[in-house]
Design a protein around this ligand. Structure first.
Ligand code: ADP
Ligand code: ZN
Ligand code: ZN
Length: 800
C-alpha cells in the first residue's frame, strides 16, 4: 500500500464487483499499487476522470467496516498517511510483486534467425541466450544474469532485448529451522567470515527456528546457509510449526485447583459482567495492586463473553516474554485462542490472522498491533498493564494501542477494560473525570501482604564506606540471609550491557555513537561498544581516538557486570541474568525463566523485563540496585516511570506464601516518586504528580504533541524547522490555550544519523491541537518538504 495522505478514486470496470475492505490492484502514476477499497458505488463527480481498477485481490473484504473506520480515525487523529495506517493494520503481505521480464526485440529475433541460417559459421557470444529466450518467451533479469552473465551485457548493448514490467504471484517464502550438524570440526574447511558468524551464532545460541533471524544477525544471505548445509556443517529443515508449545509449560497454579474468587474479585467480576451484558460502549479502569488476581478476572470475563456468543481481545505488553501467561490463556481457551506477537514468523502470523478472520479463533491475545485483529462481534477488549510504554508505536503511524483499543470498543459497542497496578496518569485522570469507570482491587489474593519496602540511602553508604559499589552492606547481608534460607532474590537494574560508557581520563570524552548523540555502552560478551538506539557497534579502542591517551576507563554498572559481580560475591549462589540481550536468544531466555520458576536459580539479575507481570512465587527479596537512573532524564514523565518501575518491581516479591521484602538503593531517598513507591501508595503519587503536571501544563491536564524536524545534515533540519516555526509560532497568540516550546535541539539531538530539532505544542483543547497538526501537515506538504523530514507525534510517550 502506498503511503498516500489522500484517498483516490478509481473506476470499477463492468462486471467487476468491489466491496469496501477489499484489496485491489490499481494503476498509480506509471506503476501498479495495492489499495484498499474504502467506499464503493456512486457516480463520478462531473469533470473527474478515473482510471480503472486492474483487479481485485481478495475474494472477500480483509477489513471489516469497523476496522476501516478505525483506520480512518487513526489516520486523522495521528495525522498519518492513510495508506501507511492500513499497511500497519494488515499483516498480509502483498499478493504480487513487481518484476522485470526480458524478451527478444525484433532485432534480437532477426539476429537469432541469422545465426540459425549461418549454421554456426559466425559464432556469437549471445547465441545461447537468444535461443533460450526464443524458446521460453521471457525470463527474469536475475535468472539471465546468473546463466548468461556476459551474453546479457552484449545483447543489451546490441538492443536485442526488451524489458516489460510484470506482476508475479508471490510464492509463500520457505522458512527453515537451522541447527549444527555436529560439533564444529577440529580443522574446519575454509569458511567465509559470514559462514563463521553463522556457526558462532548456532554454537553459542543453540538451534534457530526461523533462519531469517539468523541471516539478519549474521548479515548474510540464504546462499551462505545453503553452502554450509551442502558442506554438512549445518542442518536445514522446513519449519512451519508454530513455536507455541504450551504443553511444555508447567500447568498454571490457577488450574491445579478450582480457584474461589476473593470477595473483591467477585465484586469486580460482577460489575464487569453487568457492563458486558448491558451491550453498551464503556471503559473501565481496573486498578488492582500487584498480585490482586487481575488475570483471573480477565479469564472469567472472557469466558462469559464467549458464552454470550461474542469474541474477546487481550493486549499485553510483551507476550513472548511471559510464557506462563500464554499458558494460562491456552489452558482455558485451547484452540479458540490465537496469539499475535512479534516473535511469530511471517507465516505463523498470517496463519493466525486467517484463523481469526474465519472465526475459528475467538479469543486473541497479542501485543500492540493485535488491536487490529479481525475479530467480529467483539464483546470485550482488555488492555493489561495499560500504563506500559510499549503500547505506543514509535514509527508512523504513531498510534497508542491502549487508546486505539478504547476507540475500537466504541466503534464495536463493546467493553474496554484497562488493567494496571500503576495506571498511567492519563487513565486515572479519565477515571477521576468520570470518562472511565474505576474498579479497584486494593489487596492481594488470599490475604497476602504487599511486600515491605525499605530505602537504602546510597549517599550515606558512600559517606560511611568511601567506596562506590553497586551493593550496599545491607543488601549484601540480606542476600546472604536469603541464600541461607534457600529463598530466591531478584536484582533489578535498569541498564543492560557491562558498563554504561567508556570514558577517557585524559580528555574526558566518552566514546560516542557515530549516528546518535549518545554514548556507546560496553558489552562484554561481544567485547564491543554498542549503541542502544541504532545498534551501531564498534570495537573497543586501546587508545582514546580523541587524544591518543591509553587511560580509558569503564564507567557505571550494567546488568552484565552486576551479574558477574554477584557471582563473585556469592560464589555458592546460582546466578543468572535476564535482559533484552538475553531475550534475543529465545530458547536461552525461556530456559532461564523456567529454571528460576523451578527454583534452580537463587539470584536473577535483570532490567525492567523482570519487573513486568511475572509471577515467581518463590521470590521473597527484590533488590533495586539503582532506582534513580530514570529520574535525571529530561522527560516530564520520568517520575511516573520511576514510580511504576519500583512499584512493579516490589510487586514481584512475596507472591507465594512467604511475605516479601524490597530494598531500594537510591541517591535520592527523599524524592516523592521513590518514597511513595516505597509506600506503594498510588493515589498519593497521583495527586502529587498531578500538581506538577498542572503547574507545568503537561498531560493529562493539557494535550501535547511533539513535532520534530529532521535531516541528515543539520542545515537540512534547520531549514525544515524554519518552515515549521513560521507556521507554528504565530499560532501562540492566535489560537486560545496554545503554547509552543521550541525550536530547540531535541534531547537526543542526533538519532540514527538524523539531526533533530524539536517543537513541543501544548494546548488546553485536544480538538484545537489536532486541527493545528493537520494544518501543519498541509503546510509542510505545500512547501515541498518530504514526509520523512517531519515527525508529528500526537500524545507522545517519549519526548526525548
Ligand atoms: P496481578 O496480575 O493482579 O498481579 P495475578 O493475576 O498474576 O495478579 O495473580 C497472582 C496470583 O494469584 C496468580 O498465581 C493467580 O493464579 C493467583 N490467584 C488469583 N486469584 C486467586 C484466588 N482467588 N485465590 C487464590 N489465588 C489466586
Ligand atoms: Zn582522550
Ligand atoms: Zn546510535
Amino acid at each position: 500500500m502506498a503511503a498516500l495522505r489522500n484517498t483516490l478514486t478509481y473506476l470499477a470496470p463492468d462486471g467487476l464487483r468491489v466491496e469496501p475492505g477489499q484489496r485491489v490492484q490499481v494503476p498509480l502514476a506509471s506503476r501498479r499499487a495495492t489499495g484498499i477499497v474504502l467506499r464503493a458505488g456512486g457516480a463520478l463527480p462531473p469533470g473527474i476522470e478515473a482510471r480503472p481498477i486492474l483487479r481485485v485481490l481478495d475474494p472477500e473484504p480483509v477489513l471489516s467496516a469497523e476496522l476501516l473506520e478505525l483506520g480512518a480515525w487513526i489516520a486523522d487523529y495521528y495525522v498519518a498517511p492513510i495508506g501507511e495506517v492500513f499497511r500497519a493494520m494488515l499483516p498480509l503481505r502483498a499478493v504480487t510483486r513487481r518484476a522485470r521480464a526480458v524478451r527478444l526485440s525484433v532485432a534480437g529475433r532477426r539476429r537469432l534467425t541469422q545465426l540459425l541460417e549461418d549454421g554456426g559459421a559466425s559464432p556469437d557470444p549471445a547465441a545461447e541466450l537468444l535461443a533460450y529466450l526464443a524458446e521460453r518467451g521471457s525470463a527474469s533479469v536475475p535468472v539471465l544474469r546468473q546463466r548468461f552473465p556476459e551474453a546479457l551485457l552484449h545483447a543489451v548493448a546490441q538492443k536485442w532485448l526488451l524489458t516489460d514490467e510484470v506482476e508475479r504471484e508471490r510464492r509463500p517464502r520457505e522458512v527453515y529451522a537451522v541447527q549444527m550438524a555436529g560439533p564444529v570440526p577440529e580443522r574446519p574447511p575454509r569458511l567465509s567470515p559470514a559462514a563463521k558468524r553463522i556457526l558462532a551464532a548456532l554454537d553459542g545460541g543453540g538451534p534457530i527456528i526461523d533462519h531469517r533471524a539468523l541471516l539478519r544477525s549474521a548479515r548474510t544471505s540464504l546462499a551462505t546457509l545453503k553452502r554450509l548445509s551442502a558442506a554438512g556443517l549445518v542442518e536445514l529443515s522446513a519449519s512451519a510449526e508454530p513455536r507455541l508449545s504450551p504443553a511444555a509449560e508447567p500447568p498454571p497454579r490457577a488450574l491445579s485447583a478450582e480457584l474461589v474468587l476473593s470477595p473483591a474479585q467477585a465484586a469486580v467480576l460482577d460489575e464487569l459482567t453487568r457492563e458486558l451484558a448491558a451491550g453498551k460502549f464503556q471503559t473501565v479502569l481496573l486498578h488492582g495492586v500487584t498480585g490482586s488476581g487481575k488475570t483471573e478476572i480477565y479469564l472469567r470475563l472472557i469466558a462469559r463473553c464467549l458464552e454470550a456468543g461474542r469474541t474477546a481481545l487481550v493486549l499485553v505488553p510483551e507476550i513472548a516474554l511471559t510464557p506462563s501467561a500464554q499458558a494460562q490463556y491456552f489452558a482455558r481457551f485451547g484452540s479458540q485462542l490465537a496469539l499475535l506477537h512479534s516473535a511469530l514468523s511471517e507465516n505463523e502470523r498470517q496463519a493466525e490472522w486467517w484463523r481469526i478472520r474465519r472465526g475459528e479463533a475467538r479469543v486473541v491475545v497479542g501485543t500492540r498491533s493485535a488491536v487490529f485483529a479481525p475479530l467480529a462481534n467483539l464483546g470485550v477488549l482488555i488492555v493489561d498493564e495499560e500504563h506500559d510504554t510499549s503500547y505506543k508505536q514509535e514509527v508512523t503511524p504513531r498510534y497508542h494501542g491502549r487508546d486505539v483499543a478504547v476507540v475500537r470498543a466504541r466503534l464495536a459497542t463493546s467493553l474496554a477494560l484497562l488493567g494496571s497496578a500503576t495506571p498511567s496518569l492519563e487513565s486515572y485522570w479519565n477515571a477521576q473525570e468520570g470518562k472511565y469507570r474505576l474498579a479497584t482491587l486494593p489487596e492481594r489474593v488470599e490475604g497476602r501482604p504487599l511486600a515491605t519496602v525499605e530505602i537504602v540511602d546510597m549517599r550515606q553508604e558512600f559517606r560511611e564506606t568511601h567506596t562506590q559499589v553497586p551493593v550496599s552492606r545491607q543488601l549484601h547481608a540480606e542476600i546472604v540471609a536469603q541464600l541461607a534460607r534457600h529463598q530466591q532474590t531478584i536484582i533489578l537494574l535498569n541498564r543492560r550491557g557491562y558498563s554504561w560508557f567508556l570514558l577517557c581520563r585524559s580528555c574526558g570524552q566518552a566514546q560516542r555513537c557515530v549516528n546518535c548523540s549518545i554514548s556507546l555502552t560496553y558489552h562484554r560478551r561481544e567485547h564491543r561498544l554498542i549503541c542502544h538506539y541504532c545498534g551501531y557497534a564498534a570495537p573497543v579502542p586501546s587508545h582514546c581516538p580523541n587524544c591518543q591517551s591509553e587511560y580509558l576507563h569503564y564507567v557505571g554498572e550494567g546488568t552484565e557486570k552486576v551479574e558477574k559481580k554477584f557471582a563473585e560475591l556469592f560464589p555458592t549462589a546460582r546466578v543468572a541474568r535476564l535482559d533484552r540481550d538475553v531475550a534475543r536468544r529465545q530458547r536461552h531466555f525461556q530456559q532461564i525463566l523456567g529454571d528460576f520458576r523451578d527454583g534452580k536459580l537463587d539470584l536473577l539479575v535483570g532490567t525492567q523485563l523482570i519487573a513486568k507481570g511475572h509471577d515467581f512465587p518463590g521470590v521473597t527479596l527484590v533488590g533495586v540496585v539503582s532506582a534513580d537512573i530514570g529520574l535525571g532524564l529530561p522527560d516530564f514523565r520520568s517520575a511516573e516511570r520511576t514510580f511504576q518501575l519500583l512499584t512493579q518491581a516490589a510487586g514481584r516479591a512475596g507472591r507465594g506464601d512467604v511475605p516479601g521484602r524490597v530494598l531500594v538503593q537510591t541517591f535520592y531517598p527523599d524524592h516523592y516518586a521513590i518514597c511513595l513507591a516505597a509506600e506503594q501508595n498510588y493515589p498519593a503519587f497521583f495527586h502529587k504528580e498531578m500538581r506538577f503536571r498542572r503547574m507545568m501544563h503537561y498531560p493529562p491536564i493539557t494535550a501535547l504533541a511533539n513535532v520534530i524536524a529532521q535531516g541528515s545534515k543539520l542545515e537540512q533540519a534547520a531549514e525544515v524547522a524554519k518552515h515549521v516555526g513560521e507556521f507554528l509560532i504565530p499560532l501562540e497568540g492566535e489560537v486560545e490555550g496554545v503554547k509552543i516550546l521550541g525550536p530547540t535541539p531535541a534531547p537526543l539531538a542526533k538519532l540514527v544519523g538524523r539531526f533533530r530539532i524539536q517543537f513541543l505544542i501544548k494546548c488546553t483543547s485536544r480538538a484545537r491541537l489536532h486541527a493545528i497538526l493537520r494544518r501543519l501537515a498541509d503546510h509542510v506538504e505545500q512547501q515541498g518538504i518530504p514526509p520523512r523530514a517531519l515527525v508529528i507525534d500526537m500524545d507522545p510517550v517519549n519526548v526525548m
